[in-house]
Write a protein that binds this ligand. Structure first.
Ligand code: 6PG
Length: 242
């Protein structure tokens, strides 16, 4: 399915637009479902979105929403690199999201065993029939090298893993990661890329224009089989699309 692209002038408006759309997506979905499963990414961009969401103090029934993480750095939850830790401070605590709705990756655990634990948790909670679990919304970012989740260009085999969750390594600092694989990401109903900044513009162009070399980029493989793919970009990240 063709990706839907929204471009906003600046990252603040981008984050606010995504927050508004996100609330709409959830509200609509909860009209026909009594439980939603959402997976968040880490990095520096999602907190912009979290803050706009908090500022809206949206009347969402968080007890019906289960929060998971697309990936996590293998650090304790109180470490500054922790994706969960950031979301806790910027989203979970401010919105009073109940602990029972929050399912973090235990970054303090060994990567391989934690990937396995998390995969089984997701299967138990989303797909007891052991089919591929279908997340309602998966929020992704993209690195300036075209990585997404914690699947880096030199580890594309992890994208294609038969597993749902894998152990990965950030090749730049050798930090261990736990990440969703492509199998789990592409099963989602809605995958949203939130990408801002001119340092992402080259990879945004290569991925969205499917240019030569784009098949070396993990972000190029995000294509939900039975779902919607959306890119939320600021003008800096989109500047080479014109
Ligand atoms: C992570 C993320 C990662 C992130 C990109 C973009 O744990 O780091 O999941 O995939 O989305 O690296 O990060 P920025 O938003 O900081 O540019």
């Amino acid at each position: 399915m063709q990706a839907k692209i929204k471009i906003l002038p600046f990252k603040e408006e981008l984050a606010k637009t995504l927050a508004q759309d996100f609330v709409n997506y959830i509200s609509q979905a909860l009209k026909t479902k009594d439980k939603l499963n959402i997976a968040l990414s880490g990095g520096s961009t999602p907190p912009l979105f979290f803050r706009k969401l908090v500022a809206m103090s949206p009347p969402l029934e968080w007890e019906k929403i289960q929060l998971f993480w697309v990936d996590e750095r293998c650090v304790p939850p109180d470490h500054e690199d922790s994706n969960y830790g950031t979301a806790y401070r910027e989203l979970i605590l401010p919105l009073g999201i109940p602990e029972s709705s929050v399912h973090r990756i235990y970054g303090e655990n060994e990567a391989e065993s934690e990937a396995s634990r998390y995969e089984h948790l997701i299967l138990d909670m989303l797909a007891p029939e052991k089919s591929v679990p279908v997340f309602d919304i998966i929020l992704l970012g993209m690195g300036p090298d075209g990585h997404t989740a914690s699947i880096f260009p030199d580890q594309l085999s992890l994208w294609n893993a038969d597993k749902l969750c894998v152990a990965a390594i950030n090749p730049y600092n050798l930090q261990k990661r736990v990440s969703f694989s492509g199998k789990l990401i592409n099963a989602a109903r809605r995958v949203i890329f939130l990408v801002a900044g001119k340092d992402k513009s080259e990879m945004v162009k290569r991925v969205l224009k499917k240019e030569e070399g784009s098949m070396l980029l993990p972000a190029s493989y995000v294509n939900p089989h039975n779902g919607i793919l959306q890119w939320y970009l600021d003008e800096e990240a989109a500047q080479r699309l014109k």
